[in-house]
Design a protein around this ligand. Structure first.
Ligand code: FES
Length: 165
């Protein structure tokens, strides 16, 4: 296992800032048309001692690959304490930097994180998410509408310690 694989495995085993944030000030969702993965990011702001609006914390949920989970984990830590302007200057490379260089086929995983962050920070100018969420949706699970045709229903199975034992 190389250094990148180890860092991704560590981040996936102990993801930081995972889960919906109740009372978030902003939320952004992005989807990858190539692989079908989705990622949602919540952001809470606060004012720093100089009166600047900074990111207090960010959290995420994803139906995504291990790389997307790992990048989102490190990215949510990187953006904490930054102004919106500073966070928007961060590229997908910057957001994934703690993991090391990603192979070409995994660069879009970091771009998914960057897109969700941008969507949260600049909702009016962010690219349209590939999958539209209902207006009241709070979590990714809420984003899926019940299908009237049983053949089109999406079943989401959540892994729990008892289910995976
Ligand atoms: Fe699509 Fe990683 S494979 S986000």
């Amino acid at each position: 296992m190389n250094d990148l694989q180890q860092k991704i495995e560590d981040a996936v085993s102990h993801p930081k800032n995972l889960g919906e944030m109740v009372g978030a000030d902003a939320v952004g969702t992005a989807g990858s048309p190539g692989c079908g993965d989705m990622l949602r990011m919540w952001v809470k702001f606060k004012e720093d001692p100089e009166g600047r609006k900074i990111i207090d914390r960010a959290t995420f949920q994803t139906f995504g690959c291990e790389t997307a989970i790992a990048v989102a984990s490190v990215a949510t830590e990187l953006v904490a304490g930054k102004t919106v302007e500073e966070a928007l200057l961060m590229s997908s490379n910057d957001l994934s930097a703690p993991l090391g260089a990603l192979p070409p086929m995994k660069i879009h995983c970091a771009q998914l994180v960057e897109s969700a962050l941008r969507s949260a920070l600049v909702p009016s100018t962010a690219p349209e998410p590939v999958v539209e969420a209902p207006a009241q949706a709070h979590s990714l699970r809420d984003s899926f509408k019940p299908a009237s045709d049983p053949a089109q229903k999406v079943q989401i199975v959540f892994k729990t310690p008892s289910a995976s034992a």
